[in-house]
Design a protein around this ligand. Sequence first.
Ligand code: UD1
Length: 345
Amino acid sequence: MFNVQFLIHMKKTILVTGGLGFIGSHTVVELIQSGYTPVILDDLSNSSLKVLDGIEEITRVRPIFYTKNVLDTLAVEQILKEHNIDAVIHFAAFKAVGESVEKPLEYYHNNVGGLISLLNAMKKTGVQKLVFSSSCTVYGQPEKLPVTENSPVLKAESPYGNTKKMCEEILYDISKTGQDKTISLRYFNPVGAHPSSIIGELPLGIPNNLVPFITQTTAGWREQLTVFGNDYNTPDGTCIRDYIHVVDLALAHVKALEYLDKTDLNYDVFNIGTGKGSTVLEAIKAFEETTSQKLNFKIGNRRAGDIEKVWADCTKANTVLGWQAKFDIKQMMLDAWNWQKRLEK
Ligand code: UD1
């Protein structure tokens, strides 16, 4: 049975760059289920065609897919024209903080250059609406918590973080010309997997992020998790983050597209988190309790560049976008674990 929302969005075609990545693929699923037609562009540098099969298995729709890099402006232009694209959701970017310190040029080229290439293609073809993947990394260590969209944007701790900050600034400047309409979504810590366990996060090599490291250690792929420091100024000494279920995050993009259709503003920014911070030890406890698994972990040294604590004030997204996170950390951990178990098979 189609709902009203489905009928309203029907036929609108959305280009999703990086649409086979972790957040991109979950967003493609929610777009289809809300009545949009996504077209995916992904260079497969950190994803696989199997994800397209997964999207098809969940939705019974196989989106049109192009193996292209967003730096290929002409290819993007052609896709925008050929499919009469209404709006773009731009995920395609490198995202490993540590790697960005070793390869800053690659990060600026791919992330900043990629956005400029996309914007040029959009300008040429008259596509004006864009949702951009930003990050809470732009706040650095905020003085006041929770952080609102008005909290100061600080100097980035890594080239990765700087690419997000620079991209936001570029989008803001361009919005002043009055031609484009853009929303930047500042994600907090996306985790979990689709409840069907058909798509999820699959980092190449050793994961940098906490939740894949937890699930891979429990599955025996890694020996032990190291908790990076327990001497922070937090209730149990470990860092605090605002973990958000990737399906909730995906739905925020659907809401952002709806908002782009009605707002008069040319640029806006939203925090996308749950509003609730969890320490690393609390995250581990939630995992153990919900999955009945025991995690092998030890306390180690602090990781360079880590922020002590950050969590979101999501009032703006709640009231303006009409979006709210629904899943709690236990559900995030359960879905992440079920996805890991499916990978085993
Ligand atoms: C970082 C970025 C974020 C980016 C994300 C994607 C910053 C401040 N944050 O998030 O913008 O979107 O990566 O890659 O740049 N931890 C351990 N042991 C581990 C792994 C992590 O204890 O093996 C801890 C970390 O110290 C941290 C928490 O778990 O406190 C979450 O870490 P992680 O999942 O790597 O995400 P962030 O560093 O918060």
